[in-house]
Write a protein that binds this ligand. Structure first.
Ligand SMILES: Cc1ncc(COP(=O)(O)O)c(C=O)c1O
Length: 447
């Protein structure tokens, strides 16, 4: 990331994941963060879509201090704490009806892997021990640890590690802007959902344990909601084949899409929800798996899985404080109300020659760039267009979340726009105005 200054990680002791310099952030409040040089940035993407309630919320920092002073650690194999039990209760109440059992972990990849293992143990408990494969979609993201990456269909992130991954099946994404079946909205008959049926039959239903999908594909495609009816078909197919449906709500949970969980837009009940990010609002590493009563009832013993930091008392105190904050400030409703306004303002960006698509749900939007709006031809990767947009945004005081490879893992540029849900209309205006200017400047560099 080019910045107004920042730190060069190669001159430090960091083994960095970043390609360029790092902004050294020193303070955050509401939707704003400041770097060490005093520059202010609007966080237009809530970090990587996790700081849902904004920065500097006293109720959360107070909850951390209280819990740290009370009891800072308790190993979940032998102990529990009030904060863990309370957070499980709140999360089960926040989740869709019938999903009442919570397993805590420390992030999104841990949550999706735990969900995959929970599905496997569910089948074992029922004497259906041949089922272990988790079907997923190309151009999805379920995490970066090897099990989670085996489920992920993010071509770019898989490539280097492909020899180390499990042989899990993948079906085409529900990507209406670039439909893999050549359909339009009018001619759509949900081929992308029915592909799951074909895939399960060809693998052999007796080997398929679960299907995992993001209700709105986040970073890999740049905020792409599944079409209407999609998850109803998925549910029907899963039921027919005895396959569990795992909703990956790591990005889409906690009001981001305008419902408590994204899958509720489709009125479908998943068997398992894997979640993280907004659960702790980015205040502490945390994830969770929320299972249906039916899944829990099938277990004759405990779930044979866990980590040292699972059900961490302080993380759970944060989770409770964040859920309270989301409810008290009606942030789910706020996201539903402000989402259409965000999209309407972003649609003004179609004036730009390179803006090909604007999409989203709730305060969760994506902008995809193309060189030709008719053919949807992506920009040549060497133009690094998303990086240019990001750099211009940073220079103008805005942070967005850039991602590439939407077409084939290499070509295709997007930015995600998803400010904390405490954002105001005036702040949305400010975000879109800066993005507008920044896209114009980036286009000026390559046109
Ligand atoms: C949908 C989804 N699942 C899983 C993950 C992995 O979460 P984490 O980075 O916390 O391991 C992410 C992260 O971006 C995500 O967006």
């Amino acid at each position: 990331m080019e910045s107004k200054g920042g730190v060069d990680p190669s001159s430090s002791r960091l083994f960095s994941r970043a390609a360029g310099r790092l902004l050294n952030l020193v303070r955050g409040e509401g939707i704003y963060v400041w770097d060490e040089e005093g520059n202010r940035y609007i966080d237009g993407s809530s970090g990587p879509i996790c700081v849902n309630i904004g920065y500097g919320v006293r109720e959360v920092t107070d909850a951390v201090a209280r819990q740290m002073a009370e009891i800072s650690f308790a190993h979940s194999s032998h102990f529990t704490t009030r904060s863990v039990m309370e957070c499980a209760e709140k999360l089960a109440r926040f989740a869709p009806p019938g999903l009442n059992r919570v397993f805590f972990c420390s992030g999104g990849s841990e949550a999706t892997e735990a969900a995959a293992k929970m599905a496997r143990q569910y089948h074992l408990e029922r004497g259906d021990g041949s089922r272990f494969k988790v079907a997923a979609r190309w151009q999805s993201y379920h995490g970066n640890t090897l099990g989670a990456l085996s489920m992920s269909g993010n071509i770019a992130r898989r490539r280097r590690y492909a020899p180390m991954l499990l042989d899990f099946p993948h079906i085409p994404p529900a990507y209406c802007y670039r439909c893999w079946f050549g359909k339009t909205r009018d001619s759509c008959d949900l081929d992308c959902a029915w592909a799951l049926d074909r895939e399960i039959r060809s693998v052999g239903p007796e080997y398929v344990s679960a299907f995992i999908a993001e209700p709105v594909v986040g970073s890999t495609l740049g905020t792409v909601p599944a079409p209407e009816g999609y998850f109803q078909v998925v549910r029907e197919i899963c039921d027919e084949h005895g396959v569990l449906f795992i909703a990956d709500e790591v990005m889409t949970g906690f009001g981001r899409t305008g419902r408590n969980f994204g899958i509720e837009h489709w009125d479908v009940k998943p068997d398992i929800i894997a979640t993280a990010k907004g659960l702790s609002g980015g205040y502490i590493p945390m994830g969770a798996v929320i299972a249906s009563d039916e899944i829990h009832e099938a277990f004759r013993g405990p779930f044979a899985h866990g980590h040292t930091y699972g059900s961490h008392p302080v993380a759970c105190a944060v989770g409770s404080a964040v859920i309270d904050y989301v409810e008290e400030h009606r942030l789910v409703q706020r996201s539903a109300e402000l989402g259409p306004y965000l999209i309407k303002r972003l649609e003004e960006l179609y004036e730009h020659p390179y803006v090909g698509d604007v999409r989203g749900l709730g305060v969760f939007a994506g902008v995809e760039f193309v060189v030709d709006k008719e053919t949807k031809e992506p920009l040549p990767p060497e133009t690094e267009f998303r990086r240019r947009v990001m750099d211009r945004c940073v220079g103008n005081g805005l942070l967005v979340y850039p991602m590439g490879g939407t077409v084939d893992g290499v070509r295709g540029d997007v930015v995600q726009v998803a400010p904390p849900l405490v954002v105001t209309r005036a702040q949305i205006d400010e975000i879109v105005d800066i993005l507008d200017r920044s896209i114009g400047e980036a286009e000026g560099e390559v046109l």
